[in-house]
Write a protein that binds this ligand. Structure first.
Ligand SMILES: [Zn+2]
Ligand SMILES: [Zn+2]
Ligand SMILES: [Zn+2]
Length: 303
């Protein structure tokens, strides 16, 4: 599905908003999996933040790289990845790493990737052909990356943005969310990012530790995982995500990582104001024109 694209100084695009299996689920004939609403088709979770940096250069920061990255990059017309931030090691968030080789070619250099120790250890083990390329039987076209270690709560400054890893719990697994904001308030106005940032990207979450709540204060935009109506051991249910979102009180909240028990239209309609389900291809910030275009665009398949 393609909504009309507008020129924006800064944009945050949802490349995928689905559960680890994606939606539709293979072999499933439920109402969501057979829905004609394009918002019920969800690739694995990933997002791209595109902006002009403090020197006016175009930059793209990618959040996670799942198995659908190739398709997502084509659809969103990604032409560069200046930094790739990993939330955690699960397959639905990491198995697009091989696709970075195309960005190596486009950008004529390695891609900087950022993750915590647990995720970096996983990547080194699974992607030995990338991290230990000299051991490959023969030279071959594999991705080239520069790994950077993230520590929970310790910010990184990237291209004029301050990115703070937020400690979160995904069942028993400590994972990261990311708080993204201007490194300096004066830069925020120049970069035109006031209407989007501060933004927090928190995908696979079942618990927010006490020390992380201050990192979720004063948000313009919250992106939060909400798996399904029923409770789950390692993900917020819709109700739990609503409770967390109301407590965090961002200006707007968008849910991601939904499974096929979540049919977009009825579930989205029932959410409190300021909280909505995201969909693949959604671009923030939304303007009134975007909302109008969407209702025209939606007319064809709603009903
Ligand atoms: Zn996931
Ligand atoms: Zn289904
Ligand atoms: Zn996960």
């Amino acid at each position: 599905m393609n909504e009309p694209r507008r020129h924006r100084q800064v944009s945050f695009e949802f490349l995928g908003t689905g559960v680890s299996s994606g939606v539709p689920v293979i072999g499933c004939n439920c109402l969501t999996c057979t829905s004609k609403d394009p918002r019920d088709t969800r690739l694995r979770c990933s997002a791209a933040l595109r902006f002009g940096d403090d020197r006016g250069e175009q930059r793209t920061i990618l959040f996670d790289a799942g198995p659908d990255l190739r398709q997502q990059a084509l659809r969103a017309r990604l032409e560069r990845i200046d930094a790739l931030l990993f939330t955690h090691n699960h397959v639905d968030h990491t198995w697009g790493l091989d696709e970075l080789r195309r960005f190596n070619t486009l950008m004529e250099g390695p891609v900087d990737i950022y993750a915590n120790d647990h995720t970096l250890a996983f990547l080194r083990r699974v992607y030995a052909h990338i991290f230990d390329a000299p051991s490959n039987i023969q030279p071959s076209y594999v991705a080239t990356v520069i790994p950077h270690r993230l520590l929970p709560g310790v910010p990184e400054t990237l291209f004029g943005l301050r990115i703070t890893p937020i400690p979160l719990l995904h069942g028993k697994l400590p994972v990261l969310g990311f708080r993204v904001e201007a490194a300096h308030p004066t830069v925020a106005a120049r970069m035109g990012i006031d209407e989007l940032l501060p933004l927090a990207y928190c995908t696979d979450v079942s618990g927010i530790p006490p020390e992380s709540w201050p990192l979720l204060e004063g948000l313009r935009t919250l992106v939060l995982g909400a798996l399904r109506p029923r409770k789950h051991a390692t993900h917020f249910s819709i109700d739990q995500a609503v409770d967390a979102a109301l407590k965090i009180a961002a200006r707007e909240t968008w849910f991601i990582h939904m499974n096929h028990e979540v049919r977009h239209e009825p579930v989205d309609r029932a959410l409190p104001s300021g909280i909505r389900l995201a969909w693949d291809g959604l671009v923030l910030p939304r303007t009134r024109d975007d909302e109008r275009d969407q209702s025209e665009w939606a007319r064809g398949w709603l009903e």
